[in-house]
Design a protein around this ligand. Structure first.
Ligand SMILES: Cc1ncc(COP(=O)(O)O)c(C=O)c1O
Length: 394
């Protein structure tokens, strides 16, 4: 008989290479595997379960809505889409929102909006409209967002991809200036790069990008799909530099760890370029997604999770920075989003941490990303610190 792993592998596509660990239960910041072993979750489904696993309020909203109505296509109105829209627009200080489902769909939507805005408002010839992205970015895996990737290994074999995408080093304002011309419709960036290795840009970089966009009439698109909604100790990571983008992209924890919902937020001067028939999504903004997302946003607010991320993140960062180890190049981060860059491959150390009850994963080969649910408490954070120190102190 096949064991669980063999059974899953037999039928799975091979586009992932998961660790041999199967989870069966999650509550708050903790998860349990099929043998009942408990772990503190420092992966959080890649920042999807910011509100914690199986949050009772979000589960309740899901259950209640699923007994009323779950799906209304956008051919009609529903009784809760407007309520969700108002909540998310007020949170992001934007006039309008376009709901999608996954992060990559939000990115695709922003790319379409940027091109349409470029053509309609800036009179850029459609054939030559350009977008600037950052080296080391991650915006998703579908063809548009893949076209933004600077990582050749992600793109190999999938061409032809979109052309007219240019790249600047994250943090290099002079390089960015060189790339700007009359055909530039948008600059897209993650305010803190996630998959790229928890990369924090130099102070003022984001502000300078904003200035460039203002000077040259270019849209600034902030991909906050992973770092938004409290992860970095601010509601939006752009707040670290006090900058408002023209377009916000949200996803992941917007659905409270329960349901995929993403959002593209902009003011009417930008959103207005989309007219009936120019874009859409069957599931986007369905009543179940809206009910779950409203509960997810309420939990962030009612349980002061942004503040918790700031306070406990500071404690975690300080303690991790004090680890004496020849292995560590740098420990960096904001809020509960921390990268431990090692001189060597990180996988083996992640496995040791997992064996000691802290679930984590490496990115870019040598960086351990620590991103627990924002509901994590001080005791759990101290346990994470104890385990990481034990594994890395040399
Ligand atoms: C910054 C960022 N943008 C976009 C995406 C794509 O989101 P999804 O996997 O939901 O399509 C991700 C996923 O990790 C991400 O981290």
């Amino acid at each position: 008989m096949l064991d669980l792993y063999e059974h899953t592998d037999k039928y799975s596509s091979k586009n992932y290479n998961p660790l041999k660990l199967a989870l069966a239960k999650g509550r708050g910041a903790k998860v349990w595997d099929i043998e009942g072993n408990c772990y503190i979750d420092c992966i959080s489904g890649f920042s999807v379960v910011n509100q914690g696993h199986c949050h009772p309020k979000i589960i309740k909203a899901f259950q209640e809505q699923s007994q009323k109505i779950t799906m209304v296509s956008r051919a009609l109105y529903s009784d809760n889409l407007g309520k969700w829209e108002e909540k998310i627009c007020k949170l992001a200080n934007k006039e309008s929102v376009l709901p999608m489902n996954t992060g990559t769909e939000a990115v695709e939507t922003a790319m379409k909006m940027a091109r349409k805005w470029g053509a309609d408002i800036k009179n850029i010839d459609e054939a030559s409209s350009e977008i600037i992205a950052m080296n080391g970015n991650f915006h998703g895996r579908t063809l548009g967002s893949l076209s933004l990737s600077s990582q050749d290994s992600y793109k190999q074999g999938f061409g032809p991809l979109l052309n007219n995408i240019h790249y600047a080093d994250f943090g290099d304002i002079d390089q960015l200036k060189q790339l700007i011309n009359d055909r530039t419709a948008a600059i897209i960036l993650e305010p803190i790069q996630s998959e790229g290795g928890v990369n924090i840009p130099p102070t003022h970089f984001i502000k300078e990008v904003r200035q460039l966009c203002d000077e040259h009439n270019i849209l600034l698109v902030a991909d906050e799909i992973q770092v938004g909604l409290g992860r970095t100790g601010k509601m939006f990571a752009m707040e670290w530099e006090d900058v408002e983008p023209d377009i916000y992209l949200l996803g992941k924890s917007l659905g409270g760890g329960l349901y995929p919902i993403s959002a593209v937020l902009a003011n009417q001067d930008v959103m207005g370029v989309l007219t009936p028939g120019t874009h859409g999504s069957t599931f986007g903004g369905n009543p179940l997604a809206c009910a779950v997302s409203m509960a997810a946003l309420d939990v962030l607010n009612e349980e002061h999770l942004v503040q918790n991320a700031l306070d406990l993140g500071e404690r975690l960062l300080k303690q991790l920075q004090q680890i004496e180890s020849d292995l560590i190049v740098e420990v960096r981060g904001r809020g509960l989003f921390i990268g431990i860059e090692l001189k060597t491959a990180a996988q083996v150390y992640c496995e040791q941490m997992i064996n000691k009850g802290v679930l984590c994963k490496e990115t870019q080969g040598n960086i351990i990303r620590i991103a627990p649910p924002l509901v994590i408490d001080k005791e759990e954070i101290d346990e994470v610190i104890r385990v990481i120190t034990e594994v890395l102190e040399k």
